[in-house]
Design a protein around this ligand. Structure first.
Ligand code: NAD
Ligand code: GLY
Length: 352
């Protein structure tokens, strides 16, 4: 078992352990006194892992109810969140009780939001079951739901009390969902860790699973460092958004249905790098991204995508922040007016 301590305003541990789900009750009991919880999960994950978690909680004397919602980004909205609040209330969950998020980033974002707002905040535990959620969304305290006008537009910061990453749960992911997480792993290599990038580059989608525990550990450790320095994203934390400006535009352009978050990030990193990174870096990134079956481009023209950028959270008045990696392992935050950004992007990505 490996443990990473996250020293944010409320410190907590991330436990990384194969088979850790079976021990969840014991780990939770060591940080939370309450013996009462609500598990929030989607219909897919609940079906596969709900019983294992339930048994572990029972073994530790923790009673639970389960709220299940239909899987997928389309559920990450105010309507599902309202249903969650009503469910918590009907279960008479009190301030000293807690919530468990069992699932991917969609589950974690909604459960975290609910935990941050219900009774003005109760404890919560993240048990992320996708690679993306293990290395990114479960750590750092960002929570949100989507509005018809855009992604993650309503949210709050709520650090969990504990995160349990069991890489055995990654075995049931489809290749496509696993690859989504690899997009974020490639991002960490690009922004902070050349050796992580090389580890990913030197494996391919066939054998990266052999070293996935190391990948998960390295990514969470990078996120720890960034989030400890800038918990509320006033500066450095923005580097975690490498590829996200165009990535979110791609997701929106595809109505959040046929383009996943990871695919958006992968193509987004490539769009930005084609324009701002030296050709050898951009080509190396594209090769690595392709190797994991992720997109490097899209038929939506850059002009089309830029129309979504003004609605992105990374926009401040008429300015946009975007992240550039001129070298592997080093990221810079740049700021331009939207019109300047448009000109810069069109120069190199014209017509793509
Ligand atoms: P997701 O939660 O929708 O999971 C993807 C799919 O995988 C779902 O259909 C789910 O049912 C299934 N699944 C999950 N675990 C499984 C398992 N172990 N076995 C089989 N199937 C499983 O999406 P995601 O890709 O995990 O996360 C994407 C979301 O995370 C987006 O909404 C994005 O905005 C958010 N996000 C948040 C942050 C943050 O910091 N809060 C960071 C990155 C992404
Ligand atoms: N996923 C980006 C962040 O947590 O800041």
């Amino acid at each position: 078992m490996k443990k990473i301590r996250i020293n944010t305003s409320k410190p907590y541990d991330v436990i990384i352990q194969r088979g850790g789900l079976k021990n969840a009750g014991e780990y939770i009991s060591s940080v939370i006194k309450s013996k009462r919880t609500v598990i929030i999960t989607d219909d897919t994950v609940g079906g596969i892992y709900g019983e294992i978690l339930g048994k572990s909680l029972e073994k530790s004397g923790i009673s639970y109810d389960i709220f299940t919602f239909p899987h997928g980004e389309a559920s990450k909205n105010l309507s599902t969140l309202g249903d969650i609040f009503n469910f918590l209330c009907s279960c008479e969950l009190t301030r000293s009780d807690f919530i468990i998020a069992l699932g991917g980033g969609v589950t974690g974002d909604m459960a975290g939001f609910a935990a941050g707002a219900y009774l003005r905040g109760i404890s919560f535990v993240q048990i992320p079951t996708t690679l993306l959620a293990q290395i990114d969304s479960s750590v750092g305290g960002k929570t949100a739901v989507d509005l018809p006008g855009g992604k993650n537009l309503v949210g709050l910061f709520k650090q969990p009390d504990l995160v349990i990453c069991d890489s055995d749960t990654l075995d049931t992911l489809t290749d496509e969902i696993f690859a989504d997480g690899m997009a974020e792993a490639i991002k960490y290599g690009m922004i902070r860790d050349k050796s992580l990038f090389e580890l990913i580059e030197n494996h391919n989608s066939g054998n990266i699973r052999d070293v996935i525990d190391d990948v998960v550990y390295s990514c969470i450790d990078i996120k720890r460092d960034v989030v400890e320095n800038d918990e509320f994203e006033r500066g450095e934390r923005m580097i975690l958004n490498f590829g996200h400006t165009i990535g979110h535009a791609l997701e929106a352009h595809h109505n959040y249905t046929d383009y996943t978050h990871g695919q958006g990030v992968a193509a987004g990193m490539c769009y930005i790098s084609r324009r701002f990174a030296p050709a050898d870096i951009s080509e190396r990134l594209e090769k690595c991204v392709k190797c994991y079956g992720l997109p490097t481009d899209d038929e939506a023209g850059i002009e089309n995508l830029l129309s979504y950028c003004s609605r992105d959270k990374k926009c401040e008045s008429d300015n946009i922040n975007y992240i550039v990696c001129e070298e592997i392992g080093k990221a810079q935050i740049r700021k331009s007016s939207l019109s300047e950004f448009r000109c810069l992007m069109e120069e190199k990505n014209n017509g793509r």
